[in-house]
Design a protein around this ligand. Structure first.
Ligand SMILES: [Zn+2]
Length: 289
């Protein structure tokens, strides 16, 4: 209802125009899950639309927001596509599509999922990745992981492989050894597979499924930390150590995704962003002191 009203009123177009005026310091990160072949043309249409309003980039390109914020001043804001959990449908569909738009994705992989034997991945998916999944509803695109050699190939094609914990673990209240295993061991495994540094991390489940202790460990291993909390990124205010992402799935209708890209939902997330920023500040202060 809200989406329809906003669309009819042209509010989403208006908000996009405002966003564009803000210039080169701004970027947007999109979070996606499964990308089934049956929705490939729908995803292509979404990317086509996104490319008219944003520059579809890579993690390296996005990092330029902090390196030389003035470089992209005249161009459209950057948009970075990220994919959670490491599904084979991302390897088969999303990577190639993004490449055709001149972009590269960030694929947040769960090593224990990638290493599942063919008969184990559905139960891993139900137990660890999506506990709300209803047996019978799942399609293979939901639960089939990409394997380590597909992950290595994506990295070689210029995509970034990010860490999404070793076993898709919630990171609140864990003991130091557990954090080291879920974050550090996972990062080492991904670096061994890709033969590249693993710069990006995304925590699992909700915006509050992380605490300051987990953060310190994340920061020790990764430059970029992506949250499941919506917001536009302003490199003058935001740090790579805490980035916002808007979840926009490939199955969403044009009215839904246009509304979400416009950023009209962001104010609704502002309290959560503030709470996460406070947590970061606390953990950084603790590092200093
Ligand atoms: Zn996940």
């Amino acid at each position: 209802m809200l989406i329809r009203t906003a669309t009819l009123a042209g509010l989403d177009e208006l908000a996009l125009r405002i966003q564009k005026l803000k210039g080169g310091a701004h970027g947007l990160v999109i979070g996606v899950h499964e990308t089934p072949a049956s929705l490939e043309s729908q995803f292509r249409a979404q990317l086509e639309w996104a490319s008219q309003h944003f520059t579809i980039t890579s993690l390296e390109g996005f990092a330029q927001l902090w390196a030389q914020p003035s470089v992209s001043q005249a161009s459209k804001p950057l948009v970075l596509f990220t994919f959670d959990d490491g599904r084979e449908s991302n390897y088969a569909v999303a990577a190639r599509l993004l490449e055709s738009f001149g972009g590269r994705g960030v694929f947040f992989v769960v090593p224990a999922f990638a290493e599942c034997a063919p008969g184990e991945s559905l139960s891993f998916y139900r137990n660890r990745i999506n506990p709300d999944s209803k047996p019978g509803d799942e399609k293979w695109e939901d639960w089939k992981p990409m394997n380590p050699s597909q992950i290595e190939e994506l990295a070689a094609r210029g995509h970034a492989i990010g860490n999404h914990t070793l076993t898709h673990q919630r990171l609140v209240g864990l003991a130091p050894a557990e954090l080291e295993r879920e974050i550090g061991d996972s990062a080492r495994k991904l670096a061994a597979w890709t033969k590249k540094p693993v710069d990006a991390f995304a925590w699992t489940f909700g915006w509050d499924a992380v605490d300051a202790n987990a953060w310190k460990v994340i920061q020790r291993y990764h430059r970029f930390c992506f949250s499941p909390c919506a917001g536009a990124i302003d490199s003058r205010l935001d740090s790579p150590a805490l980035l916002w992402r808007r979840e926009i799935e490939v199955k969403y209708s044009p009215a839904e995704y246009r509304f979400l890209y416009s950023g009209l939902v962001d104010p609704w997330w502002s309290t959560r962003r503030r709470r996460l920023r406070q947590m970061l500040r606390v953990s950084q202060d603790a590092n200093v002191g």
